[in-house]
Design a protein around this ligand. Sequence first.
Ligand code: FNR
Length: 365
Amino acid sequence: MTGTDPRVMAERPLTLADYARLARSGMESATWDFIEGGAGEERTLAANLEAFDRVRLRTRVLSGGGDPDLATTVLGRRWAAPVGIAPMAYHTLACPEGEVATVQAAGAAGLPVVVSTFAGRSFEELAGAATAPLWLQVYCFRDRSTTQRLIERARDAGFEAVVLTVDTPRLGRRLRDLRNGFRLPDGVRPANLPSAGADYSSPADHGRTELDPALDWSVVPWLRSVSPLPVLLKGITTAEDAGRAVAAGVDGIVVSNHGGRQLDGGLGTLDALAEVTAEVGGHVPVLLDGGVRRGTDVLAALALGADAVLVGRPVLHGLAVDGRRGAADVIDILLEELADAMVLTGTRSPAEARPSLLREVRPSL
Ligand code: FNR
């Protein structure tokens, strides 16, 4: 990027929703659909947003706290705020610098990035650009050695944790992509996977043929046997699976429904959060992603026991609008809104967030 996009000058985006609108107006529609879409009728995609809309925060006054302290500690590392970047394939779809721009933007704010198996830029390049923790998201390939090599390479580059995505034994039917016959544009490829003999052009076809459809709990000891890094499971939405994960020895849980891209008709993640934190909160860190679009959403998740949230699509919107600067602005807006929400609810630090901050304003479905 040479200068700030004229669209940003004309309509200064002030919210993550503004960034989404601007990103959409400048993006090829099939690419927008790939990023934005969910599985099936997109009921779970909508449920993620709706769950946040259904809660309101209780204002508290005269709490005398001054500026809130947003910082928190996850797996022994300081995060400048309880927010990280969710793993998403191919940030290079949004801007040529791809994940390098994301890592720079997050690092400037002191926030970690979870780098996807399908990152468009190399782990080594990202490690070189990082000033905050990097975690690796992995899928288990039918050929386990592919997953093992990813982990070894990321560990050697200095990545600090492995996040295994467990909600994808088969890929959700993403109708927008099926209708569009979506294929990756030229030049957008996974930078950390073998190029010989693989066809990555259709993410759906590749997922179906290459990812292990029969993963079970024995994958946790296997991950432990190949790497000393902490292991988190991403895609857990029930107390039963959360309890089982902790019994299996995981170091953390990400409550996620893959941004509504997998089981259509599943719960919104904020609705699933309370049963997970009731089961395992305090034993291992619990993170949440899906539908976080405002600082008040971050605080709502903390109130229900999350240690931190991960943000997905809005970061790609920022990248699409203005590269690294756009992603950095998305992060700054979210943290500014979080600080506002904390001050106005008398919450001085993330650890102070409690369920009593929230009131449900409409009955759930
Ligand atoms: C994803 N997500 C995802 N998850 C994962 O574990 N590995 C991956 O490679 C991807 N790729 C991916 C691509 C795109 C374009 C999107 C939108 C999402 C899911 C992601 O980590 C996260 O769960 C959701 O995106 C969070 O929801 P929001 O913030 O996008 O609503």
